[in-house]
Structure formats: C-alpha cells, structure tokens
Design a protein. Structure first.
Length: 168
C-alpha cells in the first residue's frame, strides 16, 4: 500500500498495541484489553458536471498534485450521505449548486497518489450559483473534450476518458 496505517496505542484503554495477525492480515492489537484496531477507508466523492458539451474542472490549490486539474471532489464526513457530500464539495469548490443525477462508478484507488481509498463518482447538473473557484481550488473552468488540461488522480482520469469516448 502507498500509505502505511499506524496505531501505537489502544483507542479504548490507551495501552500499547502490537501487530498481530487477525482476520487474515496484521492489525494493531491492544496488549492489555485485546481490542483489535480496524482502519476505516478514506472515502471521497466526485462530480462529473457537463454543460453544453463542456466539463467543469477545478485546479488543485494544494498537494498532493497541486496545480493539476480534477473534477470537483472531496472527502465525505463520517455522518454524511454521499449525495449530500458531493453537493457540499461542489458548492465549496465552485460556488455552484448541483443536482445529483446518477451514480457513475465506484473506484478503489489507494495507490494513485491521492489520499482517498475509495471514490464514489456521480454525474451532476448545475441548478444554481455562479462559477467561482474557492476552498481548495485555485481555479475552476469549463473544458471541451479536445482541450482537457493535465489531470490528477485515477478516478478523474477514468471518468473523463469515458466522457471523451462518448460513454457518459
């Protein structure tokens, strides 16, 4: 894996943990109370927003992959429905309100250079707002199939390849 997950102390009692095989892989296990630490995947959502045969992309303001372009995306909070999360992320990054139209795909991407382990991709349509880059986007712009900039992250690359091919 590209990111090692570490937990040196038990989240229940604070005692040290040791790596022991549990359920087929090594996991941190508390040396006092026996609690097994299970790491939750980092889940992100992305929106493919197409309008007048142009796709909306945002330029990343932060690492990883600062300066490259992606579909509007971001991490879900633990309490959020994925549809609520993508609407929030699009609004934060672009100032646009969107309607989620359908699920496109779910990607497992722990090794693509990003921080997400799972990315849920949706097709969405603009229903309000005025485009303005904000939050962790340094720019936001519409692109044609023939004018795509350098893209970051596997989910954006795969979704846009399908859009360019006319599959979405």
């Amino acid at each position: 894996m590209s990111r090692e997950r570490v937990n040196h102390y038990c989240p229940l009692c604070g005692s040290p943990t040791e790596l022991l095989e549990r359920f087929g892989i090594e996991r941190p296990v508390c040396t006092t109370c026996g609690h097994i630490v299970f790491f939750a995947p980092a889940v992100a959502v992305l929106a493919l927003i197409v309008q007048n045969d142009h796709v909306l992309l945002v330029q990343r303001a932060n690492d990883p992959k600062k300066g490259l372009w992606v579909t509007p995306a971001g991490f879900m909070e633990w309490y959020e429905d994925p549809v609520v999360a993508i609407r929030r992320e699009v609004l934060e990054e672009t100032n646009l309100d969107v309607r989620v139209d359908r699920l496109i795909d779910v990607f497992h991407t722990p090794d693509d250079g990003g921080l997400a382990d799972v990315v849920i991709a949706y097709a969405a349509s603009v229903i309000g707002g005025e485009l303005q880059a904000a939050d962790d986007a340094q720019a936001a712009a519409w692109f044609t199939r023939g004018s795509l900039p350098e893209l970051a992250f596997l989910p954006t690359q795969r979704v846009l390849a399908r859009w360019v091919a006319g599959e979405l």
